[in-house]
Design a protein around this ligand. Structure first.
Ligand code: F6R
Length: 366
């Protein structure tokens, strides 16, 4: 049942190229430039007239929501807020009929997310679900939705659910960007082509596995880890830290790289491994200077960079390469090595990778 892999988590990490393809199959028309998603098509006016989109989710799904915030605002110019479902539901939020709520959930059973949906519906908002489990409570409770089609995710630590959620949300953002005319046709077409290349690039990213295993061996006894990223890769840093915490029980924090100087930099010494996502896009120069700051405080740096990068290579202790892609699509690649790093560390520490202590696959308690 694990298909020759030692753990479901590893199997599911390796399933990502196909899972992502399954997510966009029948939806992404690269040749004709059409994105077909009935849940969006049937409710397009709701989206186009929305004052804003509010994303509600928990855990890894919340991180996918944060990535979506960057993509929606960047491409479709629709204001987005991303909320922890558990905070949203308990704080008397301002919601109107002009709001569109997107609820993201792998299991479709998360109690806090379900309660947030019910609250939003009671205020008249249109609620759209992004779920993996077909026929789940959240899928049934939402007005419309789009499934991720990732296939069953057994490992408690979410992997392919995350990348397929980002894929669905990217399709929605591109579709809305096209409808609103906020993206020009050339850029739009280019995005579709590049998205179609992602599965192959995930295959390439997975090839770093044995190299990552060596890095895992070097740092498996660290007590703390810091994960840094900027822009689209800030949520990836959060997700990398969450993955490490939940399966290896090593304390890890994800931070936007520029926030480091406002506090966490005090933690950095030669005992502190720092994973820095520094792909050659967006704020590359800024992140290179963040790396210099860490280096001058003797932090041990693991850089996740674009293939062929040379400037970061000179500064860091270890380098992990991912293929080049559009900035908005980099999370789909930079996430892969971070999943593998936490997996290998947890295995080396003899932890129960698929069923970490104190955690359940779906959190149906409030
Ligand atoms: C992390 C993880 C959890 C879930 C969270 C939400 O690896 O699995 O943080 O992401 O409990 O679950 P869903 O997406 O099922 O609502």
């Amino acid at each position: 049942e694990k298909g020759g892999y030692d753990h479901f988590m590893l199997k599911e990490i390796y399933e990502q190229p196909n899972a992502i393809k399954d997510t966009y199959r029948g939806r992404l028309g690269v040749k004709n430039g059409i994105i077909k998603m009935s849940g969006i098509d049937d409710n397009i006016e709701k989206f186009l007239n929305a004052n804003r989109i509010i994303v509600v989710a928990c855990g890894t799904s919340w991180h996918a929501g944060l990535v979506a915030e960057y993509i929606f605002e960047d491409l479709a110019r629709i204001p987005v807020e991303v909320e922890y479902a558990s905070e949203f539901r308990y704080r008397n939020p301002v919601i109107t009929e002009k709001d569109v709520v997107i609820a993201i959930s792998q299991s479709g059973e998360t109690a806090d997310t379900l309660a947030a949906i019910k609250l939003a519906k009671s205020k008249g908002a249109f609620v759209f679900g992004v779920c993996n489990v077909v026929g789940s409570s959240i899928a049934r409770e939402t007005h419309a939705g789009a499934y991720t089609h990732a296939g069953p995710e057994i490992g408690v630590a979410s992997t392919k659910a995350f990348t397929t959620q980002i894929t669905v949300l990217t399709l929605i953002a591109l579709k809305l960007a096209k409808e609103t005319g906020k993206i020009n046709n050339t850029d739009y077409r280019y995005h579709l082509q590049e998205l179609d290349l992602i599965p192959q690039k995930v295959v390439e990213s997975l090839k770093s596995d044995s190299h990552i295993q060596m890095i895992a061996d070097t740092y498996k006894n660290a007590r703390n880890f810091l994960y840094l990223g900027r822009g689209y890769n800030f949520p990836v840093a959060l997700e990398g830290a969450l993955k490490l915490k939940e399966i290896s029980y090593i304390h890890a924090e994800g931070y936007p790289a520029a926030e480091m100087k406002h506090g966490p930099i005090a933690l950095i010494d030669e005992q502190m491994p720092v994973v820095v996502i520094a792909t050659k896009k967006g704020h590359y120069d800024k992140i290179v200077s963040n790396i210099q700051e860490i280096k001058s405080r003797k932090g041990r740096i693991i850089g996740v960079v674009t293939e062929g990068d040379t400037s970061v290579k000179e500064l860091v202790d270890h380098i992990i390469e991912v293929p080049e892609t559009l900035e908005s699509l980099t999370p789909l690649l930079t996430t892969i090595p971070l999943q593998l790093l936490s997996y290998h560390i947890a295995v080396m520490l003899n932890k129960n990778v698929d069923q970490p202590r104190n955690l359940a696959k779906s959190v149906t308690v409030e």
